[in-house]
Design a protein around this ligand. Sequence first.
Ligand SMILES: Nc1ncnc2c1ncn2[C@@H]1O[C@H](COP(=O)(O)OP(=O)(O)OP(=O)(O)O)[C@@H](O)[C@H]1O
Length: 630
Amino acid sequence: MPGADVLDLHRERHRRRRDLRALPALLVEAVRLCRRAAPREFALTLGLQLLGATLLGVQVLVGRWALQEILAGDGKAGTDLRGAVAPLALLAAVALVGSFSGAIRQQRLRLLGELVQRAIWARLLDVSTTVDLTTYEDARFYDRLQRVTTNAISRPLAVAQGLVGIVGGSVGAVGLGVSLWIISPVLLPLLVLAAVPLFLLSRRGGRTEFAFALAQTPAFRVRDYLRQTLTGRDDAKEVRAYGLEEPLRRRYDGLYDDYVGALRAQVRTRIRLALLGNGLTALTVALTLGGLLLLVGRGTLDLADAGAAGVAIPLLGSRLQQLVTGAGNVAESGLFLEDLQAFLAIAPAAAARRPTDPAPEGFSVLRAEGVGFRYPQATTDSLTGIDVEIRRGQVVALVGENGSGKTTLAKVLAGLHTPTAGVIRWDATVVAGAAASGPEGSGPGGTGVDPVGLRAQVAVLFQDFAHYHLSAHDNIALGRADRPSSREEVRAAAVRAGADGFLQRLPAGYDTPLTTELHGGSDLSLGQWQRVALARAFRRDAPFVILDEPTASLDARAEADLFAGIGDLMAGSTVLLISHRFSSVRYADRIFVLREGRLDDSGTHDELLARGGHYAELYTLQAAAYRDDA
Ligand SMILES: Nc1ncnc2c1ncn2[C@@H]1O[C@H](COP(=O)(O)OP(=O)(O)OP(=O)(O)O)[C@@H](O)[C@H]1O
């Protein structure tokens, strides 16, 4: 998890400004990344760029040769111009090769860009799938993800291109410089001097760009969210039913207006800097050309040299400007690259922090001992000092009012969140526990066993389960994604969940995509979806099953059937059931009552009723609603 590491943006920016020493290493890493992603395309693009650059200097010298041949006859009619044919033919050939290489490079670059992006996306996905669930509760993670996906993803290629451009530009500039030096050594230094202020201006521009990106990210995410709400199917009905089109649009437009305002200011800054840079170059070129005129006037330069120098000076001026702007862009990219590198480093860091001891095969007794949990951005604990004991094969229930911590405890028991206090044991083994003390910014960390191995033995049906935009078959088969599921296996799970009937009646049966957003797709009712999700949990065939409100959308008969036969349905698995329906939980072997994140009571239904505590109060309230005298 990013934790408190580099997420203080302003402190971060100042640190980066000071630490330019890291730049070369970052650039090398970016180039390496591109080279690894597409070695052939990379070498080819580099070669073609260098070729194009070299040809520039050659063009000037060949042009000068052609001019010398043409001017040899002092421009008189009938002069023998045959001597000029060779240099002119060579000039045409050089121009042709230059344009061919440029055209090929442009297309190859497109391919290179895609391959590099793919390689970086692969690493970003490594991060998003390696970090634990708790990271997804931290807004700072989303800020960084957004910044990296919108600003940094194209940077390695930009840097590689920039560096190649710099190398190519340098070769071109050196070629032109040498040509100019041969023609007249005094003209060169004047032109080269212009590079210094140009570089400083370009670097300044880069810094303002990074600061702009940092400042805009949080608002950008809100805008992005509003855009999704206004274009997505899930929210479309509520947006219309509540007449939210206008109010949400207004917020969206307001945020966009703010962004465009900030962008205008940024563009003005960049234009000012660019104009200043261009002006400086033009001034230097003009001064150098003035020097050239002076030399011609004094008779120091002949006409052919003057003509060639007249071509070379503006060319070299624009090359130098390109070179310096390229260097500035590379330096600018360095800031974004560091952002990218820091983000990519999260995956190995998270993997290194993850305990590696193998998870035990099931349990006889599962114990939570003094378990506490606090969400990353929360100021209070969601769970405090929870002690529970669950025996193999038991059906236990978690009850409590909204927000009492049921789902949070279920996630902790499922190995999805690491406790911030206490431990979870499967028999004698601590499978998850709070770290004794973690370094700042190291994320949740903790002790225990490999959580992936642990989670493989747990099936969870979440309250807000996923609706995969895949076929009905795949929606169930994903319960055991580690191996392909046969039609029979998927069907058996669907039958247990009472989903087989309606799935068979879909247009393409189990092969029907479960979304109308895809061609030939079909949607299900909420209760049907819940049965599909239940079938997925059954398909997992895990020794520990957690069902969070599994019947919230089921009809009365389906609910009664599920709970009456839950022991048989789960085929000996241990079941943790979360429900607000007291009629359903009363048959559980043991009921745990949560209240404001603490364990309030536990026992069988009869014991809890007899005690007349919080459980009895909630149960009586609900039961009364069903009686005539309510
Ligand atoms: N991602 C989160 N970040 C911060 N706090 C959270 C988060 N999720 C839940 N909480 C808080 O943790 C507490 C317990 O929430 P939890 O979802 O576990 O309750 P619950 O008992 O399952 O509620 P319900 O019956 O409504 O499903 C609540 O106070 C809630 O506001």
